[in-house]
Design a protein around this ligand. Structure first.
Ligand SMILES: *Cc1c(COP(=O)(O)O)cnc(C)c1O
Length: 454
């Protein structure tokens, strides 16, 4: 017989109360970091041989530690790429943990993987990839990009045995996310960056770059990485003409839509992504613009078999999973992780609850907010747009400010708990960047921030 542990009941109530309060609060206190010594001074040693008790540990988290974090869903958090997970998705994240599902193989995870796959079908439908294309949820865009690169390189090596011993090389543009270069290091591939003057990469520029490669480098070229919404400026590469070149040159075409992927659901900008349906692989981060809690990325392949050839793990103790009789989908076969959380389930529940139309509207709201912010910036004498808003990103300058003034302004707003907005660089100039995700951000929020730049 189970005995009911009253401490556990108490702690569960505390945790549920905190969770409900937190997800009902759309303007949580803007936390800020403290240094480690200071946190230790307040909190003390928490991991001890006897334990400090759940209530005590939870209080320390609730009253001290969480306040040393920045809530990424604050409506005036417009830095980096913010996030705004739906309440449904957050609640279901708790359910995902409570259900203890192993997400590697259908044999153990069938019901959960079914949910993920329903959400994935919708994502794949947004891309317009042909029948047979499918994907899997990963820990984020970095892991999705890495999984795609490994699949691309293995496909290149299996095409020609001469490629087996060669160091692979990929082409991308300066607008590509830092994870592309970082993951190229992981697979020990070289990257050639095409300078497209910080505007979008076109097929013509790609073709020129290929033509300029020495023959021995051309023979190492295995992939081209385009970006569907650069993180810094929201710029979408010219995917259609890039696809033409990749087909002609017979190289893998990867499109990194980690940030911009949500906009595939937005009719007002969908045409900007034309050509994405010709990709060999695509990265989309539901934890950015599809309102999922951290962490949730996705990698989608045109040809799943190529991903399986690259990723399927073989091991004596794993063989049983390959023959479960149910012939199901095994997420472990298509990305770098074996044991995995069913991290697509919160997205599935939220999609199932709200319907995809609500997602479309919420994403369009982000694009609208960027347009409204751009207009407000144009109306102010001391501010100047650097370029038109793109997707949900706005770049602008405060006339006369030095990089130090931008930095001090960022810290001041953060210290005062008003907003988190950070500068970036554009064509070597320090400028301000807004990135909208949260549909609860209002025009008043934007005005409040712009007022601090007078
Ligand atoms: C954020 C981002 C990534 C990295 O994704 P993570 O989820 O942070 O690992 C990769 N590419 C682009 C374009 C991004 O915006």
């Amino acid at each position: 017989m189970h005995t009911i542990d009253m401490d556990l009941v108490e702690m569960t109530l505390d945790v549920m109360k905190y969770t409900i309060d937190r997800i009902s609060n759309i303007t949580p206190e803007m936390g800020a970091p403290k240094n480690e010594e200071e946190l230790f001074r307040i909190v003390g040693q928490t991991v001890t041989p006897e334990g400090i008790g759940g209530e005590n540990a939870f209080q320390l988290f609730r009253d001290v530690l969480v306040k040393a974090t920045v809530p990424i869903d604050h409506p005036r958090h417009l830095a980096f790429v913010p996030a705004a997970p739906t309440r449904a998705a957050i609640m279901f994240d708790l359910v995902t943990s409570a259900s203890s599902i192993h997400g590697a193989y259908w044999m153990e995870g069938a019901g959960g993987i079914f949910c993920e796959n329903q959400a994935m079908k919708w994502l794949v439908s947004l891309t317009g990839l042909p029948e047979g294309a499918f994907g899997v949820f990963t820990s984020g865009g970095t892991a999705a990009n890495l999984s795609a690169m490994v699949a691309a390189r293995e496909a290149w090596r299996s095409k020609d045995s001469q490629n087996v011993g060669k160091k692979a090389l990929m082409l991308t543009s300066h607008g590509a996310h830092s994870s592309i270069q970082a993951m190229a290091k992981v697979i020990d591939a070289d990257v050639v960056m095409i300078d497209c003057e910080e505007e979008n990469l076109t097929g013509r520029e790609l073709q020129n770059a290929i033509n300029e490669l020495e023959e021995k480098d051309r023979n190492r070229l295995f992939a081209v990485v385009a970006t569907g919404g650069t993180t810094n400026a929201g710029i979408i590469d010219q995917l259609d003409t890039i696809a033409d070149v990749c087909e002609k040159e017979n190289v893998w075409f990867h499109v990194d839509c980690a940030y911009g992927g949500g906009a595939l659901a937005a009719p007002s900008v969908r045409h900007l992504f034309n050509g994405v349906e010709r990709a060999d692989s695509i990265t989309i981060d539901p934890h950015k613009w599809l309102f999922s809690p951290y962490d949730c990325g996705a990698v989608i392949y045109k040809d799943l078999e190529l991903a399986k050839n690259a990723h399927s793990q073989k091991g004596a103790y794993l063989e049983i999973f390959k023959d479960d009789g149910a012939e199901g989908f095994n997420p472990a076969d298509y990305q770098i992780q074996l044991t995995r959380r069913i991290r697509g389930m919160p997205l599935w529940f939220s999609l199932a609850m709200h319907g995809t139309n609500k997602y479309q509207q919420a994403i369009e709201t982000g694009i609208e907010l960027a347009k409204k912010a751009a207009k407000k910036i144009e109306e102010r004498d001391n501010l100047e747009l650097v370029r038109p808003s793109s997707l949900s990103v706005v770049l602008f300058r405060r006339k006369g400010w030095s990089p130090e003034e931008y930095r001090d302004w960022t810290y001041k707003n953060h210290r005062e708990g008003l907003a988190l907005v950070t500068p970036t660089t554009w064509k070597k100039e320090t400028v301000v960047r807004f990135c909208f995700i949260n549909p609860d951000t209002t025009e008043e929020d934007i005005d409040m921030i712009l007022d601090t730049m007078d």
